[in-house]
Ligand binder design. Sequence first.
Ligand SMILES: NC(=O)C1=CN([C@@H]2O[C@H](COP(=O)(O)OP(=O)(O)OC[C@H]3O[C@@H](n4cnc5c(N)ncnc54)[C@H](O)[C@@H]3O)[C@@H](O)[C@H]2O)C=CC1
Ligand SMILES: CC(C)CC(=O)C(=O)O
Ligand SMILES: [Mg+2]
Length: 407
Amino acid sequence: MAMASLQLNNAIAKPLFMGMRPSFPYKKNSVGRIRCAATTPSKRYTITLLPGDGIGPEVISVATNVLKLAASLEGIEFDFQEMLVGGAALDSTGLPLPAETLSAAKQSDAVLLGAIGGYKWDKNEKHLKPETGLLQLRAGLQVFANLRPATVLPQLVDASTLKKEVAEGVDLMVVRELTGGIYFGKPRGFSVNENGQEIGFNTEVYATHEIDRIARVAFETARKRRGKLCSVDKANVLEASIFWRKRVMAIASEYPDVELSHMYVDNAAMQLVRDPKQFDTIVTNNIFGDILSDEASMITGSIGMLPSASLGESGPGLFEPIHGSAPDIAGQDKANPLATVLSAAMLLKYGLGEENAAKRIEAAVLDTLSRGYRTGDIYSSGNKLVGCKEMGEEVLKSVDSQVPAPV
Ligand SMILES: NC(=O)C1=CN([C@@H]2O[C@H](COP(=O)(O)OP(=O)(O)OC[C@H]3O[C@@H](n4cnc5c(N)ncnc54)[C@H](O)[C@@H]3O)[C@@H](O)[C@H]2O)C=CC1
Ligand SMILES: CC(C)CC(=O)C(=O)O
Ligand SMILES: [Mg+2]
């Protein structure tokens, strides 16, 4: 648990995911030409692995190998404990988040998750859905700040669905509130209204402290980036958004150096594809952040490229790709593992404070892409089409061959 309580401070004290920026100063070299000398292992961390469902186990297997190798080159060792979550946990234990999984996660230094969910469990009652297990995990770890960086890598400009001149150079960060809002609000449920009609309902609710703490994370994040924060809400319609905006404006007085703007979520969805370069840091609630980050991922080429870090005030962070279990491609070796590999880099950097090992992974991903390897979701002609496993093997080769990144 050594570094765990430092996570949020660490995350907001440093430029978030600067390593993904095209200007990242790493030394690219041909695979196999240079072999880094391993240092003597001196640090040991416990990592809880939660592969989950669908493509989850495929991408976790790749990311774990990359994590191990990159860390070992920095003298870091891991004790991995693999636990059940989601549909896999339901099938084995009858619960989407068994108590022993949460307990193991809480006691570890960081948690790396693949994805949960699948057709098999879609008709389950709410409390027996894989998704409920994920929400319980996030709430149980109290990881309220979900950082989702969307960076268009120079190697992948052609993979973007947007025109080159629109996509090129995009580097934004979505700061999503993760443990409140409509995904958790009460009352919720099914009922019958006064006309005898069946209804389903949820509640979007935020308390002062929930908005204040995510706003502070977002202001700190923006301060370390390009100093611009856009708060996205629906304050023209929703009381919860009117309150959100009021609190964000109140917290803004603590950050006079950060330029704050506000945008309605429908406009934000449109602006993201019209002119994404206008955004630096976006702060928004749980559901809007979920949706807008999926949209932002496509600017970068694929949802298979976007990592995330979920951090709290103390305790281990949760690191996961932003995508789901992709049942349509599960078990076919088609998944892009890079979002999970990059989530492992975020784990090292923000979860453990092991920035050099994180840089090794980020540099290896860039190197692998520079060498032309592409999974189907980011493929464009002239490149080498590979599956999930082969992409993982190529990233490992790049990790193995890198000059250590500068501190
Ligand atoms: N954090 C999590 O574990 C999440 C779980 N889910 C769950 O996942 C299941 C499927 O949900 P969907 O709405 O289909 O979202 P999804 O993100 O799983 O898939 C959407 C589309 O993107 C593709 N895709 C996703 N990840 C990819 C990757 N790494 N490489 C290549 N292609 C990739 C899929 O093949 C699919 O066509 C559902 O049960 C859902 O509840 C959804 C989102 C997040
Ligand atoms: C599966 C949901 C619980 C959440 C989701 O889609 C996400 O966090 O990206
Ligand atoms: Mg989502």
